[in-house]
Every structure is written in C-alpha cells, then in structure tokens.
Ligand binder design. Structure first.
Ligand SMILES: [Zn+2]
Length: 70
C-alpha cells in the first residue's frame, strides 16, 4: 500500500496518473503511478520496474510488506 509520508495514511491519496508501458504492442511489466494527497497536497510517484523493483519518490512511501518468498 502507498501512503503519504506527511499524513502517514493512504486515506487521502489519489492516483492522478497511471501508466503502463508497452513495447512492440505488448505490455511489459513496468508501471508508473502518480499520487496526490488531497489533505496536504503532497505528491509522489510509485514505479514498478521490469525487474519487479519498487521505486518511490516524493511524498509517498510503501507501507505494506510484500509477501515473503516461501
Ligand atoms: Zn498528505
């Protein structure tokens, strides 16, 4: 889950832009989402790269632990 670093909640976050990358007509596993907090007006981006790495920047953070490998 993504939450605002200022408000420490996801309650006021809205996705303002979402992008999935295509290559030669095929969807590749890379996603960028832009978030805006309606409470403090902070903004940030969340990206999932082709290597399944999460990159966040701005005033958002990832809070939920990803499932651990068995
Ligand atoms: Zn906020």
């Amino acid at each position: 889950m993504i939450e605002c670093t200022n408000c420490e909640t996801a309650q006021f976050l809205q996705i303002t832009k979402s992008r999935v990358y295509f290559e030669d007509g095929e969807m590749i596993n890379e996603i960028t989402e832009r978030y805006e907090c309606t409470l403090c007006e902070g903004t940030g981006t969340y990206a999932l790269t082709e290597e399944d790495e999460v990159e966040v920047s701005g005033e958002v953070q990832v809070t939920t632990e990803r499932p651990r490998y068995a």
